[in-house]
Design a protein around this ligand. Structure first.
Ligand code: ADP
Ligand code: MG
Ligand code: MG
Length: 254
């Protein structure tokens, strides 16, 4: 019983092969950390899974809860329960955060055949989510990402996650640009959402985040594939020894 199964995935961007035979299986409720040198393809993997424009799949297959993920439109992937945090870095002036969040939640509930949530109910949930990620309720009235600081954007994304209740969350580099307090907020948000039917892929450069979000598995992604997998202790080994001992291909400069 697996939530996500990636088999021999090859993907490219701008005609450049980035993902080169990647395999990964995630069961419901598991937290998988993906680490690896800069330029290895970690962010690309998230984009490919979410169906971002410009990323082409050249081989392999991906199943999400038994459905062929790669055949699905981007919106349908989100409705099927996939959430890529930090995928909406764009500002959407004129659309309030509350409207944006409600529209996403409405679309998802509809796709899942669930009853619509009333505006009053949603506002209550949204306010609770603000509180949980330490954002003032006034954030709900602001334009989406309009003038948000880096840390605020990340807290805002986390709030989206709390409201959308996805089955598979991909968090990419949530630690970059976060101070230790914000890091703990992100970790608490993730930990509070861990459950038997929700899985996480946490992409991170630093072992630090994994002190707060304890992963079930740690994988090293290097040159487009997973070259080593282990438990949480692997993150400590990597922190101490770097990636060179894995004899992976040198990372390319970005
Ligand atoms: P990571 O997240 O592991 O640091 P990325 O997935 O961001 O790595 O990038 C993997 C490789 O793909 C890098 O060599 C990067 O330069 C390249 N790459 C990413 N996006 C593009 C793009 N739009 N056009 C060309 N090359 C890209
Ligand atoms: Mg990078
Ligand atoms: Mg990256």
């Amino acid at each position: 019983n697996s939530l996500l199964t990636i088999k021999d995935l090859y993907a490219s961007v701008e005609d450049k092969q980035i993902i080169k035979g990647l395999n990964l299986e995630i069961k419901p409720g598991e937290v998988h950390a993906i680490m690896g040198p800069n330029g290895a393809g970690k962010s690309t993997l998230g984009y490919v899974l979410s169906g971002r424009e410009g990323y082409s799949v050249d081989g392999g297959n991906v199943a999400l809860a038994g459905q062929d993920l790669l055949e699905m439109e981007t919106e349908d992937r989100a409705r099927a329960g996939l959430f890529l945090a930090f995928q909406y870095p764009v500002e959407i002036p004129g659309v309030s955060n509350l409207e944006f969040l409600k529209a996403s939640v409405d679309a998802q509930r509809e796709a899942r055949g669930e009853e619509a949530i009333t505006s009053a109910e949603f506002l209550k949930e949204a306010k609770a989510a603000c509180k949980q990620v330490n954002l003032p309720v006034s954030f709900l009235k602001r334009g989406v990402n309009e003038g948000f600081s880096g840390g605020e954007k990340k807290r805002n994304e986390l709030m989206q996650m709390l409201l959308l209740k996805p089955t598979l969350c991909i968090l990419d580099e949530t630690d970059s640009g976060l101070d230790i307090d914000a890091l703990q907020v992100v970790a608490e948000g993730v930990n509070s959402q861990r459950s038997a039917d929700r899985s996480f892929i946490v992409v991170t450069h630093y072992q630090r985040l994994l002190d707060y979000i304890k992963p079930d598995f740690v994988h090293v992604l290097s040159d487009g594939k997973i070259v080593k997998s282990g438990d949480a202790s692997l993150a400590h080994e990597l922190e101490a020894q770097g990636y060179a001992w894995l004899q992976t291909a040198p990372a390319e400069d970005e």
